[in-house]
Design a binder for this molecule. Structure first.
Ligand code: KG4
Ligand code: ZN
Length: 325
């Protein structure tokens, strides 16, 4: 069965053709990222215009790359949310019109569940139940996952999501948007010695990262470290230390909450998705825990960590199989 997936929840216009929920025949992503850079964050109006202007080209390109025509498509899948409202309206209108004109079913997919599914698109896919973790620009969320559409939220974002915290800390340090990949890179050269407090929420698996972001801001102000330039070698070193220390504090809370959730539910399998799941230090920390505790951890391949439509088409196949459309 061939499913055409469409994703337009934020700044990526994406389309993908996936066979039987796992075999990715095409995966096209057109990002409006470069138009947002100078604002230091995603501007919804710009993202929506990019979707409107590019969605037909992206869909055509994904069909072409897959070597199929519209007549070969069995279903159309689309991200229903969460996301920017104008951006979602564009993708959903396009997908609905396409499904109607081709006379095939339309499957709507939750963006966060699709992120978890991105780590399941492999032969040795994890078995239910497991703990699911989404670490993205908009969410930090822990799930107990019992089936393709049986997700129970165990812990959630209370203020800034982890990706948002990375992006805001990068801005404080005078780095480009999105800051996550840059912090990941420069942190490798830094020391983790600065103590930025990032406390877990007592008696809960929820997440709060606004405090650690503010701690970085005060540290930078207090140190008189210039916030607009990487400047001299000395300052460059300081920025790497701040980046390494910030991510260590924030990621530790995510790792600890996740381990707690696994213990509470007596589960040894963890499935992770979202932009921050590409982070090299995060992968290192979790690999270490997996080794000591005998856990099985499933990450998406790097090209499926950030927003894409392959995960949408893939999950849609499973939902259709369960009669959820
Ligand atoms: O999942 P995603 O593409 O979009 C949302 O659904 O939000 O996540 C984007 C977020 C951004 O905040 C970006 O800075 C972060 O993922 N990110 C990273 C890395 N790559 C992307 N954060 C830390 N380390 C990375 N390597
Ligand atoms: Zn996402």
């Amino acid at each position: 069965m061939l499913i055409l997936g469409i994703e337009t929840s934020c700044d990526e216009t994406a389309a993908s053709v996936v066979k039987n929920g796992r075999e990715i025949l095409s995966n096209v992503v057109s990002s409006s990222l470069k138009y947002h850079k100078k604002f230091g964050g995603v501007i919804p109006e710009i993202a929506t215009r990019h979707h409107v202007e590019n969605i037909d080209k992206v869909v055509n390109c994904s069909l072409y790359n897959a070597g199929v025509g519209t007549g070969d498509i069995d279903s159309v899948a689309v991200t229903e949310g969460p996301g920017l409202v104008g951006a979602l309206v564009c993708g959903n209108s396009f997908a609905k019109a396409m499904a109607y004109s081709l006379d095939v079913p339309l499957v709507t997919v939750d963006h966060l569940k699709a992120h978890v599914y991105s780590a399941m698109m492999r032969k040795d896919a994890p078995r239910f139940p497991f703990i699911g973790l989404v670490v993205s620009g908009g969410h930090t969320r822990l799930y107990l996952v019992k089936g393709y559409d049986k997700f129970i939220v165990l812990g959630d974002t209370l203020d800034d999501a982890i990706g948002e915290a990375y992006d805001k800390v990068a801005k404080i340090l005078g780095l480009e948007y999105p800051g996550g990949p840059i912090i990941d890179r420069i942190a490798k050269k830094g020391s983790r010695s600065i103590r930025f407090t990032c406390r877990p929420i007592k008696g809960s698996l929820d997440f709060s990262f606004s405090g650690v972001k503010t701690a970085v801001l005060y540290h930078v102000k207090g140190e008189g470290c210039p916030s607009t330039s990487l400047g001299t070698g000395r300052v460059k070193g300081e920025i790497s230390n701040i980046a390494a220390s910030f991510q260590e504090s924030a990621l530790k809370v995510i790792v600890n909450n996740t381990l707690k959730a696994m213990e509470q539910h007596n589960l040894k399998t963890l499935v992770i998705g979202g932009g921050v799941s590409a982070n090299s230090r995060f992968r290192e920390m979790l690999a270490r825990e997996a080794m000591f505790r005998g856990l099985k951890i499933f990450f998406p391949p790097l090209e499926l960590c950030s927003d894409n439509a392959a995960m949408v088409a893939g999950l849609a196949y499973r939902l259709q199989g369960e009669g959820k459309c």
